[in-house]
Design a protein around this ligand. Structure first.
Ligand SMILES: NC(=O)C1=CN([C@@H]2O[C@H](COP(=O)(O)OP(=O)(O)OC[C@H]3O[C@@H](n4cnc5c(N)ncnc54)[C@H](O)[C@@H]3O)[C@@H](O)[C@H]2O)C=CC1
Ligand SMILES: CC(C)CC(=O)C(=O)O
Ligand SMILES: [Mg+2]
Length: 366
């Protein structure tokens, strides 16, 4: 199958982790006889430097003609003093809005091999398997009006019924394919937007009688994620809460570098991005964990290209490399490899006999 992928490496460790994911995709293309065409375009600080804006028209054009987009990360101290319209993060937010990517799926799954890398006790980590469904194109990050003087500052939190309904529907539909439970996270004891959110979840649940629903306030949710992460299946929440809770949740697995994400709309198109930022403190040192980006590529294969077997091959290879005790510098307890060396292990694993046998078996049985 022939597919066009636009790669937006961005800033900091973005180019390192997207390079890793592209290498893995090339290995998949070779093994399964697909043709992946990679087109590179600028976003974030890199785009400000070359094009004078964080989301150039050429980048939008490239993404518009692509089957899917692989993104690294944006931002860094070089651009921190820039005015708001010339901040790297503005490019990422504009990309999400431009392509109407309202549903950001962030799977959080524990790995046996990483139980000791997590700051949580192994018995708490074990069995963790949930997805955060984060609303991605509304809320405070798209605040209008937004104002700042030296004496006051204001951001506006707006959600429309339509925005809440579609993300809540996404969560219910996802729960039906999993363990059948939705946890809606809000701050309905204080915020008007959260009160509407909760009302809509209550209305929507009538259409999904097979799905169990619970409501939890965001502060308690932050606690419950640490106390009993295995109690969650699908968490649905607004933009800011989802951003914060997913970084917290990443540590259950051992590192922020482990979590992938898919930013989706109603068709197959998607932007696939690790949840972490540009990590300026480790950029250019071969210390970045590329697992989040590599697993994002697997999500791309499954969702945008319908390549479930290929996606599973990547996920199995990542798991096996961790099982073999090969870690990156952010994870404690294994043999530490550089970003490139760890990626090479994943590709070696993909090429290995055991993975190819399980793939053949899946083809036959699937
Ligand atoms: N999606 C995106 O592009 C995002 C961009 N940012 C931007 O990134 C810049 C840095 O933000 P921070 O708050 O430091 O968050 P960050 O996510 O870049 O880093 C937080 C910490 O986690 C570590 N880390 C992150 N990803 C890692 C990986 N793959 N492997 C190993 N360690 C990893 C970093 O070294 C750092 O110690 C800022 O300019 C921020 O605005 C932040 C979050 C998301
Ligand atoms: C620009 C930020 C909203 C990016 C971020 O932290 C995220 O999407 O996780
Ligand atoms: Mg974030």
């Amino acid at each position: 199958m022939k597919k066009a992928i636009t790669v937006l490496p961005g800033d900091g460790i973005g180019p390192e982790v997207t390079a890793a994911a592209v290498h893995v995709l090339q290995a998949i293309a070779k093994r399964f006889q697909h043709e992946f065409e990679f087109h590179y375009a600028a976003i974030g600080g890199a785009a400000i430097d070359t094009h004078g804006q964080p989301l150039p028209d050429e980048t939008i054009a490239s993404c518009s003609t692509a089957d899917a987009v692989l993104l690294g990360s944006v931002g860094g101290p070089k651009w921190d003093a820039n005015p708001p319209e010339l901040r790297p993060e503005k490019g990422l937010l504009a990309l999400r809005k431009q392509f109407n990517l309202y549903a950001n799926l962030r799977p959080v799954k524990s790995y046996k091999a990483l139980e000791s890398a997590s700051p949580l006790k192994a018995e708490h980590v074990s069995g963790t398997d949930f997805v955060i469904v984060r609303e991605l194109t509304g809320g405070l990050y798209f605040s209008e009006p937004r104002k700042k003087t030296s004496d006051m500052a204001a951001d506006t939190l707006v959600y429309t019924r339509k925005e809440i309904e579609r993300i809540v529907d996404s969560a219910f539909q996802l729960a039906r394919t999993r363990k059948g439970k939705v946890t809606s996270v809000d701050k309905a004891n204080v915020l008007a937007s959260s009160k509407l959110w909760r009302e809509i979840v209550e209305e929507k649940k009538k259409g999904y009688p097979d799905v169990e629903v619970e409501h939890i306030l965001v502060d308690a949710a932050a606690m419950q994620l640490i106390r009993e992460p295995s109690s969650f299946d699908v968490i649905v929440t607004e933009n800011l809460f989802g951003d914060i809770l997913s970084d917290e949740a990443s540590m259950i697995t051992g590192s922020l570098g482990m979590l992938p994400s898919a930013s989706l709309r109603d068709d197959e198109f998607g932007v696939y991005e690790p949840i972490h930022g540009s990590a300026p403190d480790i950029a250019g040192q071969g210390k970045a964990n590329p697992a989040g980006a590599i697993l994002s590529a697997a999500m791309m294969l499954r969702h945008s290209f319908g390549m479930a077997v290929e996606a599973q091959a990547i996920e199995t290879a990542v798991e096996n490399v961790l099982e073999d005790g090969y870690f990156t510098a952010d994870l404690h307890g294994g043999r530490i490899l550089s970003t490139d060396a760890w990626t090479a292990k994943v590709i070696e694993e993909l090429d290995s006999e055991s993975v190819s046998e399980s793939i053949c078996f899946s083809y036959i049985s699937g």
